[in-house]
Design a protein around this ligand. Structure first.
Ligand code: NAP
Length: 493
C-alpha cells in the first residue's frame, strides 16, 4: 500500500464472516492493481453515510451485502437494468463521482449452472424461499427461459407478494406457490414439485452456519432423475439440504461458485479493461475460498461441492470398531456425504435406538434397517468416478444374506476389524447400548462379545475389503488404507 492505493469496500451487517476480502484482495494482488478491499460493518441507519463516502473519498466502488441490498438501490445515482428489475444492488461503481448500482448476484447464480452444462430453457424449477436472494435467482431463471417455477416458502403472504413482483417487474407468470415445508414426511405437493423439477434451489438461510443443521425440505423426498440441488449457502460447504438431496438421488452444488462469480463480475465492472484476466482467476479464487472453509474441494472442480458418485461405501463391523469416526473422515476426503444408519433410524422413529428396542422390539428395528438399506441402495446411483455416500451401518445390519448381498450389489463393503478386547475397551460398559447390556447380563461380557463377534464374522468377512482398526490403529490409517485399496487417491487431510 502507498499513497496511490485505491479502496473498495463491502458494506454489510454483520460482515465479519465474509469471505470477500480474502478472495478479492487475492484477485487484486494477482492483477497487480494497487487497490485494497476492506469489510465495513455498517448498521442500518449508517448505510446512507457509507455510500456517500464512496464519492467523498473517491473510492473505486463497493459491494453491498445482507441486509442492505434493497436499501442501496435507493441510494445510488443510477441503476443498471438488472438492478432496477431485481430491486437490489450488490455492487456500486463510482464512475467519476456518479454512483452506479448493479446486481451481479444473478450472474453469479447462473454461471455455475452453465459450467455444468445445465440448460434451463423449458425446464421446471423448484425455488425454496422468496427473499432478496430469490429475486436475483428468479430474474436469472426468467432470463434463462425456465418454463415453470414451483415456489416453496414458509409464509404464504410473502410468496404471494413475490409472485406479484415477478409478474409486474419481470413479466414472469408461470410461477405457482405450492406451500411451505414441514416435519418428517413433508407435504404431498412439495414432494411432487421436487420430484418434477430439474433444478431445486434453496435461497433461504435455513442450514446456514451458525444457525444449525436444518433443511428446508425433509429427508426422504425423491428428486427427479438427473436433478441438481443447488444451495446458495456456502458455509457449511455441504448443508443438510444438499445431504438430503443426495440421499434423494440428486447431484449437489453449493453457493461458493456463485459467490466467486458475483465477485468476478463486480471486479469486471470496476476494472472493465481487465475482464479476461479477471475471469481467468476463477479456479484459483475458488480453491482459496474453499480452503478457508476447511474444504479443499476436488482437484478437477475446485471449490464446488463434489458429490459425483460411483455408488457408495458401506462400513460394517461390530460396535466400537470405529465405523462412525472412520466414515466421517473418509467421507470428507472423498467429498461424499456421510450417513449413519442408526442415526437415520433414530430420526425416523423419533426416539433413541435403546428406546426403540424397549418399546417396539428388535424385530421392528431390524425391519426399519432393512427398509432404510433398500432406500439407500436405490439412491446410490453411479454418477462419476467417486462414491457419493459413505454409510456406517449398525453392527447387526450386514448379518443377513439379503442385506449383505444388496450392499455388495450397490456399493463397496468395508469391514473394520478389531479384536474382542479392543472392542470392549472402546464401548466400555456400554450401558446405553441394549445389545451390550444384554450380553453383560449373561455373565462374562468379554466372552459374550467374543462369541457374538465370531458369529457375525461369518458375514463381516464376506466384505470386499477387510481393514484392521484395533486400538493400535489410528482412524486416519484406516482411511488411508481404504483409499489405497480402492485406488482413490484422497490425500486431502
Ligand atoms: P432473506 O431475504 O432474509 O431470506 C428470506 C427468505 O428465507 C424468505 O423466503 C424466508 O421465508 C426464508 N426464511 C428465513 N428464515 C427462515 C426459517 N427459519 N425457516 C424458513 N424459512 C426461512 O435472505 P437473502 O438475502 O435472500 O439470503 C438468503 C441466503 O442466501 C443467505 O443464506 C445468504 O447467505 C445466501 N446468499 C448467498 C449468495 C452467494 O453468493 N452464494 C448470495 C446472496 C445470498 P419467510 O417468507 O417465511 O420469512
Amino acid at each position: 500500500m502507498d499513497a496511490g492505493t485505491k479502496l473498495i469496500g463491502i458494506f454489510g451487517h454483520p460482515v465479519h464472516h465474509s469471505l470477500s476480502p480474502l478472495f478479492m484482495n487475492e484477485a487484486l494482488k494477482s492483477l497487480e492493481i494497487n487497490c485494497a478491499y476492506l469489510a465495513f460493518d455498517v448498521e442500518g441507519g449508517r448505510l446512507d453515510g457509507a455510500i456517500r463516502a464512496l464519492k467523498t473519498l473517491g473510492w473505486v466502488g463497493s459491494n453491498v451485502t445482507i441486509p442492505h441490498k434493497q436499501a442501496a438501490a435507493a441510494l445510488v445515482d443510477s441503476l443498471s437494468e438488472d438492478a432496477a428489475a431485481i430491486g437490489a444492488v450488490n455492487c456500486i461503481v463510482n464512475r467519476g463521482g456518479s454512483l452506479e448500482g448493479h446486481n451481479t448476484d444473478h450472474l453469479g447464480f447462473v454461471e455455475p449452472l452453465r459450467e455444468r452444462g445445465l440448460a434451463l430453457e423449458g425446464s421446471t424449477v423448484a425455488l425454496i424461499g422468496c427473499g432478496g436472494a430469490a429475486r436475483g435467482v428468479l430474474y436469472a431463471l426468467a432470463k434463462e427461459k425456465a418454463a415453470k417455477v414451483y415456489l416453496i416458502n414458509r409464509t404464504e403472504k410473502h410468496a404471494r407478494e413475490f409472485i406479484a413482483w415477478a409478474g409486474e417487474s419481470l413479466g414472469y407468470r408461470t410461477i405457482d406457490y405450492i406451500g411451505g415445508y414441514g416435519g418428517a414426511g413433508g407435504n404431498a405437493a412439495l414432494g411432487r414439485a421436487v420430484g418434477e423439477a430439474r433444478l431445486v434451489v434453496n435461497t433461504t438461510p435455513v442450514g446456514m452456519h451458525p444457525l444449525g443443521e436444518s433443511s428446508p425440505i425433509p429427508r426422504g423426498i425423491a428428486f427427479h432423475e438427473g436433478a441438481l440441488a443447488y444451495d446458495i449457502i456456502y458455509n457449511p460447504f455441504k448443508t443438510e439440504f444438499l445431504r438430503s438431496a443426495v440421499l434423494g438421488g440428486a447431484a449437489a452444488l453449493n453457493g461458493l461458485p456463485m459467490l466467486i462469480h458475483q465477485g468476478l463480475h463486480s471486479l469486471a465492472l470496476w476494472f472493465p479493461e481487465r475482464g479476461p484476466e479477471i475471469f481467468a482467476l476463477r479456479a484459483k479464487l475458488l480453491r482459496l475460498a474453499a480452503g478457508a472453509l476447511g474444504e479443499p474441494g476436488e482437484p478437477g472442480e475446485p471449490g464446488s461441492c463434489p458429490l459425483g458418485t460411483k455408488g457408495c461405501i458401506f462400513l460394517i463391523g461390530f460396535m466400537g470398531s470405529g465405523k462412525t469416526t472412520v466414515g466421517k473422515i473418509l467421507a470428507r476426503r472423498l467429498g461424499a456425504s456421510f450417513f449413519d444408519t442408526d442415526s437415520l433410524i433414530e430420526e425416523r422413529a423419533g426416539m433413541p435406538v435403546p428406546e426403540l428396542f424397549a418399546t417396539r422390539g428388535e424385530g421392528t428395528f431390524r425391519e426399519m434397517e432393512r427398509n432404510l438399506l433398500r432406500e439407500l441402495s436405490t439412491r446410490s446411483r453411479k454418477r462419476g468416478s467417486r462414491p457419493a455416500l459413505v454409510i456406517a451401518t449398525g453392527g447387526g445390519l450386514p448379518c443377513s444374506e439379503e442385506n449383505l448381498s444388496l450392499m455388495k450389489e450397490t456399493g463397496t463393503v468395508v469391514y473394520l476389524r478389531a479384536a474382542a478386547d479392543d472392542l470392549i475397551r472402546r464401548v466400555g460398559d456400554g450401558k446405553s447400548r441394549p445389545l451390550i447390556r444384554k450380553l453383560a447380563e449373561g455373565g462374562d461380557l468379554r466372552e459374550g462379545i467374543a462369541k457374538l463377534l465370531a458369529d457375525r464374522e461369518r458375514f463381516y468377512l464376506q466384505a470386499d475389503l477387510v481393514v484392521a482398526n484395533g486400538l493400535d490403529a489410528r482412524p486416519l490409517d484406516a482411511v488411508s488404507r481404504i483409499l489405497e485399496k480402492l485406488e482413490m487417491p484422497g490425500g486431502k487431510e
